[in-house]
Design a protein around this ligand. Sequence first.
Ligand SMILES: [Zn+2]
Length: 189
Amino acid sequence: MRRPVAASAAVSPDGTMGRMNHTETTRTRHRVRAIAPDVVSELLERDDAGGGPRMVLDEEGGSPMRCCLGRSLPGERIALVSYAPLRRWAAETGADPGPYDEVGPVFVHVGGCAGPAGSGFPDAMRGDRRVLRAYAADGRILRGRYVEAGDGRPSIEEELDDLYRDPEVAAVHLRAVEFGCFLLETRRD
Ligand SMILES: [Zn+2]
């Protein structure tokens, strides 16, 4: 069920998100989350697959960074670690993802970084093709949605808003299509 987008949407006609915060719109009932600095530190010691970080000299740059939801700079030294987003979320909320738990590779900065630049949807995590996966508060997956960029197509923000209209949706993850990589987590406010 898709409702028409309200005229007060926080999305401009070209599909990009303005510099709006969460007090300026009543439509956004969720928050985009980067991997928190304390979790990044833990992952760099021992990641969610039980291993150590793999250090990468990112010569070309442009890798998606889950600690700040930006892209790496050319020549930057970054770390590849395994991360279990549902397991980490469950530890905070008491959810039980059980068999839905997944571990996958993410890039993080080493030595700390400034974190996300703002609270809106980060442009660096957009792409031509993305998948949204919606989870219930108990950790069950509820549904998935394929999002393709293009004129006249719903933006990721619109798709997120639409998914969160279902009160059962507690969290939605964004993933890349081809590699299936976890890009970011959103949680209901
Ligand atoms: Zn970072």
